[in-house]
Each structure stands twice: as structure tokens, then as C-alpha cells.
Design a protein around this ligand. Structure first.
Ligand SMILES: [Zn+2]
Length: 304
């Protein structure tokens, strides 16, 4: 018995060379992409919790410790999660803010849907709030681009598993492409329908799938808009400008349902743009996108 144990110990130094990096991620769709690329090699940590709002989240001490212990933090960036930006001030981890990557396809918020002027902090160092919409995971082309960036980042930290990361990334991209084709076909019949959502998170989704027109109640960071915007939105709803309105699971639907009272707009099921109601894990990106598509299609394709 003793002999067997000493053999096992003798093999430890070899194992120790292949140290799998501690990876911390911000939101469920990014966590899902990293989990797919890591596969059986390791499991990334996810910070955002069930039902939480991506823009406004309070980290627990154990999560601060995860960030302190991380070899790399893979996240959308400070534009989406200022709470994580603040937590990473003293971090030694390799930061991979996906929105900043050169290959990422970014777009501004739709007009009037971003953050209101007084909420811009252009003078804050390191915060170039240039109106870029950070909800970029809802363009599957970005998810494919990011899959390669994630594999490259992990391979740089853990060259021994580079071949596995590359193979997993290829499989992940194929899965995203298949999902994208299915959603494209699913949404084709409702492209001309208009809808309004709780917050301005769907610009990438609408642009990618060619959805004609959509509006939002809350701003890009999910904060309440000013009175002028609310009045304008209510007038649009009264005039029948939107077929359906969609609340979100992270937010009280009351404001949206009040605005919709006595208008022809139909109430759809709540959307979950960041996937915080889903089962977290490698499947969450696929599920997030398919669930948004189905929720939109269920209401928008219904006969009046
Ligand atoms: Zn958002």
C-alpha cells in the first residue's frame, strides 16, 4: 500500500506543471462560452447571481476573494459592469474585456435609448462612455469571435491544454452558427413587427436578425428615464406603434404595464437579456438566445 502511495506522489510534480488557470467571468453568457472552451479541463467562476441585474450588483466577500485569486477575468467590460471594474482595481489577474477587443462588432445604443446625458462620466479616467451599447453578446457573430479570444487567452496561461481549448472553441463556434441559423429562420416571419422592451438591451439582437423596430422604457443601464421620454413612449403606445411589450424578469413590470393601460399593445412574457434566470453552465448562451427568440415570436406572431 505504502508503495502505491509513494508512486502516486512521485507523479505529482508532472501534474503540477499543467496548472489550470482560475478563471472568473461576469455574466451567464460569457460564463457559458468560457465553460464550453474549458470543457473538462476546468470550471470558470460566475459572479452574477440568480435574478440579478447586470448593471447593478453587490459582490459578496467570497466573490471578492475569487477575483483576488483569479489568473484571468473574462468579462464584457466596465461599460456593462461598473461593479466589477471597481472590484478589479488591485487585481493582478489578466483582464480580457471582450467589448474592447478589436475584432468585436460594436454599435451605439439606438437613439434616445442609451444613458441620459447627466449620467455620462466622460471625465472619469479609464471610462470612455462613448455611447457604445455593451449588450454585445446578443450578436452571435460576437460570441463566435469571443470564443476564439477566450481560447487564445486560456492557451497563453495554460499552453499544455492549448489543443483542447482550440478543439472546444471550434465545437462552440459550430454550435453558435447552428443556433443562429435556426433563430434567423424562426424570426423571419415577424421581422416587420414592432416591440418595446423594459430596458435598452436588444439593439444587437434586433440589428443582427433584421427586426424592423423596437423601443425601450428604461435606459441602457436599466435606470428609469426622464418624464419626457415616458410621455413620448406612452403616446407611441396609445397610437399603436408597438405590437407587443416585454417586461424583464430582473425588474418590476408595473411601470411598463401602467404605460400600456388602454393601448392596443399586447403584454408578452418577461425577457431575460443576461440569462440570470437560467441554469448556469455551458448551455446558457444557447438557451439565452433561443429563449429571447421564442418569447418575441410567441407574442409577435400571435393573431390580434
Ligand atoms: Zn442591460
Amino acid at each position: 500500500m505504502r508503495y502505491i502511495i509513494s508512486l502516486a506522489l512521485a507523479s505529482l510534480p508532472t501534474l503540477a506543471l499543467a496548472k489550470v488557470p482560475n478563471v472568473v467571468t461576469d455574466i451567464p453568457p460569457v460564463h457559458a462560452l468560457v465553460a464550453q472552451v474549458m470543457g473538462d479541463v476546468g470550471s470558470p467562476v460566475l459572479l452574477l447571481e440568480k435574478g440579478a441585474d447586470e448593471h447593478d450588483f453587490q459582490l459578496r466577500p467570497s466573490q471578492m476573494q475569487s477575483i483576488a485569486d483569479a489568473d484571468t477575468v473574462i468579462w464584457i467590460g466596465p461599460e456593462l459592469t461598473p461593479w466589477l471594474d471597481r472590484a478589479m482595481v488591485d487585481s493582478k489577474a489578466v483582464s480580457l474585456p471582450l467589448l474592447d477587443a478589436k475584432a468585436t462588432q460594436t454599435q451605439p445604443y439606438p437613439e434616445g435609448q442609451g444613458e441620459e446625458e447627466e449620467q455620462h462620466h466622460a471625465d472619469e479616467p479609464g471610462h470612455a462612455h462613448d455611447g457604445t451599447d455593451p449588450h454585445a453578446w446578443m450578436n452571435p457573430a460576437n460570441a463566435e469571435i469571443w470564443t476564439d479570444l477566450i481560447a487564445a487567452n486560456l492557451s497563453a496561461l495554460d499552453p499544455e491544454h492549448a489543443a483542447t481549448y482550440a478543439a472546444n472553441a471550434a465545437a462552440t463556434k459550430a454550435r453558435i452558427a447552428a443556433m443562429d441559423a435556426e433563430i434567423t429562420a424562426q424570426l423571419a416571419p415577424i421581422k416587420d413587427k414592432s416591440f418595446v422592451t423594459f430596458h435598452a438591451a436588444y439593439g444587437y439582437f434586433a440589428a443582427h436578425y433584421g427586426l424592423a423596430r423596437h423601443g425601450s422604457l428604461a435606459l441602457g443601464d436599466a435606470t428609469t428615464p426622464g418624464a419626457a421620454k415616458l410621455t413620448a413612449l406612452q403616446a407611441e403606445l396609445k397610437a399603436g406603434a408597438y405590437t407587443c411589450a416585454f417586461p424583464e424578469i430582473q425588474h418590476d413590470p408595473a411601470m411598463l404595464t401602467q404605460l400600456m393601460a388602454d393601448t392596443p399593445t399586447k403584454l408578452g412574457q418577461p425577457l431575460d437579456p443576461v440569462g440570470s434566470s437560467l441554469d448556469f453552465g455551458p448551455d446558457a448562451y444557447d438557451t439565452l438566445m433561443r429563449t429571447i427568440a421564442k418569447t418575441l415570436a410567441d407574442c409577435l406572431s400571435a393573431k390580434p
